[in-house]
Design a protein around this ligand. Structure first.
Ligand code: URA
Length: 238
């Protein structure tokens, strides 16, 4: 079958869109970039990949983005730019961000079309750990570490679940939480009269933010990152 026809049959895009992708060098056959859309492939033997993702074996796509501030964590919005607006990938239909970061928050965002994985990562019962780097407008005290460990009232029905506060300097810290209530990290510090001036997620479950990604950049997950996440479908508590 012709390569462009094969890519179109997988729903990657229209014939002209897939031709463009091939010409841009985004498609590899058996690990070699091909530039001719009309080339013939053996669908059952040749390994075709697009943007580094093996099309023969994947019905799901997984990307990590370093979300920039000023962009909404949403698929689309009438008013603001969304994280999906920043992505130029094929196929794009069906992709969505897993969980939500505030508009002014930066850092790790998983973007996928795997609804089951997303459900599992966000399920409150799974206690998936999320780690944030935080800067504050005031001074951290050592005693807060115990509060974070034991939980406290931030105006919700229940106290916060045990969290880890690692103080890095008088106004910088890492915080690891296993829940994801609205503005949770900001509200936790607000409890002590502190305002979060910068917030960046650096980890979600087994997935670590790739520090080579500048805000707004993204990349496909590596096979080992995907498998560490998929293992989470069974057990992701940390
Ligand atoms: N907690 C917050 O307050 N904001 C975020 O974006 C994520 C966690």
């Amino acid at each position: 079958m012709r390569l462009d026809k094969y890519l179109t049959s997988l729903g990657i895009g229209s014939r002209s869109q897939v031709k463009e992708l091939v010409k841009k060098g985004k498609v590899k056959i058996n690990d070699k970039i091909v530039n001719r859309p009309e080339i013939h492939i053996e669908e059952t033997k040749d390994h075709v990949s697009l943007n580094g993702l093996d099309l023969n074996y994947h019905k799901f796509y997984y990307y990590m983005m370093n979300k920039p501030a000023g962009v909404l964590t949403a698929v689309s919005d009438f008013q603001y730019r969304t994280v999906l607006d920043l992505m130029d990938v094929m196929p794009k239909k069906g992709l969505f961000p897993v969980g939500r970061l505030d508009k002014d928050t930066e850092g790790l965002l998983l973007i996928t079309n795997d609804g089951e994985l997303s459900h599992m990562l966000l399920s409150p019962g799974r206690h998936v750990a999320k780690k944030y780097y935080v800067e504050l407008d005031g001074t951290l005290k050592q005693e807060y570490v115990t509060y974070f460990k034991e939980g406290f009232d931030i105006g919700l029905k229940a106290d916060t679940k045990p969290a880890i506060l690692e103080i890095l300097s008088e106004n910088q810290a890492y915080v690891t939480i296993t829940e994801g209530k609205y503005h949770q990290v900001k509200r936790m510090f607000q409890h002590f009269g502190l305002k979060v001036t910068y917030l960046k997620r650096v980890r979600m479950g087994p997935l670590q933010l790739d520090e080579n990604l500048k805000p707004g950049e993204y990349r496909a997950l590596r096979p080992e990152e995907v498998s560490s996440l998929l293992k989470c479908k069974k057990d992701c508590e940390e």
